[in-house]
Write a protein that binds this ligand. Sequence first.
Ligand code: NAI
Length: 303
Amino acid sequence: MANEIRLDNRVAIITGAGAGLGRSHALAMAARGAKVVVNDLGGRMDGTGAARSAADGVVDEIRAAGGEAVANYDSVATPEGGRAIVQAAVDAFGTVDIVVNNAGIILYKRFMDHTPEDFASNLAVHLSGSFYVSQAAFPIMKEKRYGRLVFTSSSGGLRGGADVVAYGAAKAGVMGLAFVMALTGAPYNIFSNVILPNAYTRMTEGVVAERNMEKLSPGFISPIVVYLSSERCTLNHEMFACGAGTVARTIIALAQGWRAESKAELTPEAIHDHLAEIMDMTNYANPQNSEEETRLVAGRRRK
Ligand code: NAI
């Protein structure tokens, strides 16, 4: 294919790559020439249990197709695990160029049924896990002035979802982490972007109708992950909703709003009276960092 996007000589860590989306990303990246660390502890959907066969199976698939891969079974959810995953890439392939933070667990439980342990375990895998692996990889990327990080968030975090309480909170945190990494990495050609997938995997088989299995195949998510992981892609600090063939930028928009002329004018009643202006999304902004947001909110009024 002319103009093909290749990942030759790039080393990619894909966490949670023993099943579902991660497996699909790993196969897609290896097919484009990347050397892949297939990380997966092989647990159940709620985070319990462990089985090496998950990662091993995907490594076998990649090798059978002529690609290069090694398995790693560490949990992303501890600092030692994060470091060991990156070390596995260095030991096998000498470096790391790409991190796809994909490992995940989920609990479908009503808000009042969530225990502190439920909450903590979701934060540990999604949010702390993304931090531990990315932080361990960052110095290597910084040194060579190159890196691509893909973070896996969810509409459950961006917009809320029924009964995904801890999960949604953790996934919202993942976006914040990705934005900070985008700002931190930009001077070093290290770019961080977020995907919000919609796919039929074991994680969604209870909530997505089986007839949509093909339409929502993980294979519809991996192309945007490959693109965001490639040298050709210079996007940073972006989010993409994807699934069933759709790839769509999504942003956290800031309205123009209404500004009171004085403290005396800014009463709860005045807010009620100006709701139309406060809620109006015409001429929205998409601030790229907190300073920009402060400037837009508190600085000179926008036209
Ligand atoms: P999955 O359950 O098929 O795959 C998740 C994988 O992560 C499993 O193989 C599991 O063993 C692994 N894993 C779990 N905890 C781990 C840990 N501590 N360390 C290393 N590996 C670990 O689910 P799926 O759907 O493929 O999910 C992949 C990612 O996409 C997750 O982060 C999920 O939250 C996210 N996502 C999925 C959506 C979907 O529609 N399937 C929607 C939005 C987000």
